[in-house]
Design a protein around this ligand. Structure first.
Ligand SMILES: [Zn+2]
Length: 195
């Protein structure tokens, strides 16, 4: 291990090296009565299960314009996103979506209906986006955001969006806006977003 702290921090890989309970190096095996590889500690017996992570976000709307945030962090630094992020322990999907919106844009919202549920198995994630009304459009972006702005549907920067789930959620929103009927869209994205 390096004696010097890193110049930046990043999420650890999902595959674990050492037991979080006793520090022993882990083995990758299929435990008895299981059906897939797990990181298992042969010293203390702990099985380190890994499961998909939930990403929660919103489509925040103010006077028919959509709030987008330009990312100040990797991955996809400089690209536009809907307010979204990883759900934290102890909060609901709706609470997480509201928290992320406040952190990334400074905007407070009233949460509406669940709008998209997107399975992203190659990223080991499930994304949930809610519709939301912006209560006060005053922007105050946090450190994860270069800038935040409201876009008319015809001005959405389609070529500069950060993630496939952002693009497809916005596509559904624009399509549903034309009919006025906002449904729940549940689907899977099976390939990484180019770029
Ligand atoms: Zn252990």
């Amino acid at each position: 291990m390096s004696p010097h702290p890193p110049s930046f921090y990043h999420p650890a890989p999902r595959t674990l090296s050492f037991c979080s309970q006793c520090g022993t190096r882990l083995n990758r095996i299929i435990p008895p009565d299981d059906n897939r590889m797990r990181d298992v500690c042969e010293n203390c017996g702990a099985v380190h299960y890994q499961n998909p992570l939930n990403v929660v976000g919103v489509v925040p709307v103010w006077e028919n314009k959509i709030l987008l945030c330009r990312r100040a962090i990797e991955p996809r630094h400089g690209k536009w996103t809907l307010p979204a992020g990883f759900m934290e322990l102890g909060e609901s999907t709706g609470q997480g979506a509201m928290r992320e919106t406040l952190e990334e844009s400074g905007v407070s919202i009233r949460l509406g209906s669940l709008f998209t549920v997107i399975n992203v198995p190659h990223a080991e994630q499930v994304h949930f986006f809610y519709l939301a009304d912006v209560l006060d459009p005053a922007l105050d972006p946090g450190p994860e955001t270069l800038e935040a702005a409201f876009f008319s549907p015809e001005d959405i920067p389609w070529e500069k969006l950060a993630f496939h789930t952002i693009r497809s959620t916005l596509e559904h929103f624009v399509a549903d806006s034309k009919t006025g009927a906002f449904g729940l869209h549940h689907y899977e994205i099976s390939a990484p977003y180019p770029g």
